[in-house]
Write a protein that binds this ligand. Structure first.
Ligand code: DX5
Ligand code: ZN
Length: 229
């Protein structure tokens, strides 16, 4: 079995908003594969973060993939704005609207990669019918809305089942919420290949620690892959 590369995607929700551009450049330098951008509307999730103008403002600070996670309902009216702002991947929640298939098609029509996310309580069967329409599946490992929450261990079995459901399709399996160097091994062994991490990378607020923190999560994940092999 060929080993999937592990990608680390720091979530800028935990960065220092007063110097966000610099923090994005710093995690890029420190070895981030993607930049994970959490958009919250105070309606689909109980918190508000930022919108497309901010994505546009930080676009110049990194050439890495901008992985935009929309926790907003409805999402359709804003897809174009996020595409124009510089998103490379746009992920929407299956729970956020009645026409998931159409929304995913709309993202592709904008020339962007399309992702679908599900909350911890949503079974993977909710996305079984859109597997041919997605480039990425994002499994929430906390209830979305806030950084710094505890990882929900029951999602590990869902990661395993989702990886099986993906089969040979070229779909990334991303996990998001409470990911650390300690549990990276567990989620990678279950089949995740993209690990989002906010607090465990930006937590200390010290730019000089970012590279070590990213490397520790990556090493944890790779050790999990070896165990699983
Ligand atoms: C939660 C967000 C996550 C969050 C991760 O709603 O989607 O991306 O920022 O933060 P940590 O790693 O601190 O749980
Ligand atoms: Zn996220």
């Amino acid at each position: 079995m060929t080993q999937r590369p592990i990608l680390i995607a720091p979530s800028i929700l935990a960065a220092d908003f007063a110097r966000l551009g610099e923090d994005v450049a710093a995690v890029d330098e420190a070895g981030a594969d993607w930049i994970h951008i959490d958009v919250m509307d105070g309606h689909f999730v109980p918190n508000i973060s930022f919108g497309p103008q901010l994505v546009k403002a930080i676009r110049g600070f990194s050439d890495k993939v901008f992985d935009v996670h929309l926790m907003i309902a409805p999402a359709d009216p804003y897809l174009q704005a996020f595409a124009d702002a510089g998103a490379d991947i746009i992920t929407i929640h299956a729970e956020a609207g009645p026409h998931l298939d159409r929304s995913l098609q709309a993202i592709h029509a904008l020339g962007k990669k399309a992702g679908v996310s599900i909350n911890p309580a949503t079974p993977e069967s909710a996305i079984a019918c859109v597997l041919d329409k997605v480039d990425l599946i994002l499994l929430m490992t906390v209830n979305p809305g806030f950084g710094g929450q505890a990882f929900i261990p029951s999602v590990v079995e869902k990661i395993r089942r989702t990886r099986e459901m993906i089969g040979d399709r070229p779909i990334h399996l991303e996990v998001d919420g409470g990911i650390s160097a300690e549990n990276a091994s567990l989620v990678a062994a279950a089949g995740a290949d993209v690990l989002v991490a906010g607090s465990s990378i930006f937590g200390g607020g010290e730019t000089s620690t970012y590279a070590g923190r990213i490397a520790a999560i990556r090493e944890g994940a790779l050790s999990g892959l070896h165990k699983a092999a």
